[in-house]
Design a protein around this ligand. Sequence first.
Ligand code: NAD
Length: 489
Amino acid sequence: MKIIDKLLINGEWVDGEAGTTIDVLNPYDNSLIAKVAEAKEADVDKAVAAAKAAMTVWKSFSASERGHFLLKLADKIEENAEELAQLETMDTGHPIRDTRNLDVQRTAYCFRYFGGMADKLEGSVIPVDSGFLNYMDRQPIGVVGQIVPWNFPLMFTSWKMAPALAAGNTVVIKPAELTPLSTLRIADLMMEVGIPAGVVNVIVGRGSIAGQHLAEHEDVGKICFTGSTAVGEKIIQASAKTIKKVQLELGGKGANIIFEDANIPAAVGGSAFAIFHNQGQACIAGSRLIIHENVVDEFLEKFTALAKSIKVGDPTDPATEMGPLTSQMHLDRVLEYCKIAKEQGGEFLTGGHQPDDETLKKGCFVMPTIVKCKSTDRVFHEEVFGPFVVVTTFKTDEEAMELANATEYGLGSGLWTSNISRAHKFAREIHAGMVWINCYKRVNPASPFGGVGRSGYGREMGFEAMREYTVAKSIWVNIDAKIPPFYPR
Ligand code: NAD
């Protein structure tokens, strides 16, 4: 397994100017994996300068040539799939069965999708006044800054870099300081397939230093951020002086509604995936179960039994279904929410604590947790970002809608029903960027991904992402117009 502990600036693997490093830990047992070079302001400046200079080179390639690099990269990722899966599991704690079957495959799929998209991005001819030709050209923004969180580092690296590069931009990417290893290895594979020096630069650094400086930088045309809503607010402020384009994918508190006419076994399985996959560390997690009171007992009996049967353990074991949370700091945060839920009278059906197994106590583990709560409780509103789901009940569709929309967030949400009219009515009226009907957490590179409200703005994936990474330029040509003089003399 190749572990890279340097920054990538202008095609070179380098240490940070200040010579400091960041400890990268394995959350299974909090052991040290690597000390990775830390980027500070001076390194960010160098990376941005390299990306700015590389625009000339990147622009000299045709769109299909740019796409071809990404297609070759997708193949490379598949050739190195097992290594990437092991690396991601070690760095994040995701079970190996997930990194093998989901994260790595989705990463290759995303680069391949946008590789194919590169030469499909067209402008348009706009019917305007006679005598004029008006056309719209889609042009790259220039240098884009990208800030990646720690929950799906490999996949989110592809979601951010693939459309940006396909659209002709150059990139300075900052992985989360907790989980930089897969982003560094992807950048290494990018160089192997011949992406020119400076087109992609990786700076591993702390958010408040390197991230903040990237967001403020005058030569960065756009900043794309995934992470907490609190940091999203800081990014907006940091970007304000340079009026740069901002795209934000922030927190969520996804409603997952179980109607009386739902297929209960399907809803139980889908709802477990919605909250327990990746230890619940997903902005789109279905973290609020809103259940019709006529089926709540049946649903919860089956759902709780499933949660109790989830195999929690060593993430490198293919039989493990749930690994540790990604850091000790985050474990402390999730356990604090368990305490808050108890203090506010939450009824725990299972979980709320670390596993009893002494070996697992060395790592960042927490058991799958289900809590019946009131809609006024903090855990109903605040994002826990763990395998922690709250349950409330309803009698009427109006009550269900009110509970679903009783949140400042608006990212993902789901509903389970056999009534097609109700399904579409809810899909239309739920305050969210994505709605899943009789399924949950489906994602695909072709389908736009993003939120509304305090979950952010802008869309990753699909054609929308190509729009996000370009500027529409309007060009007017006088081909035959007799323009009357505005100031007749
Ligand atoms: P965070 O938002 O602080 O970190 C995400 C990324 O932002 C990291 O790369 C970090 O270095 C960077 N960052 C932090 N401060 C910054 C700043 N001032 N300027 C620029 N970049 C900065 O997330 P966290 O503190 O590690 O986690 C806290 C909570 O965030 C979680 O519990 C969860 O609620 C939420 N979160 C959401 C997502 C998501 O997918 N939407 C991902 C991670 C965390």
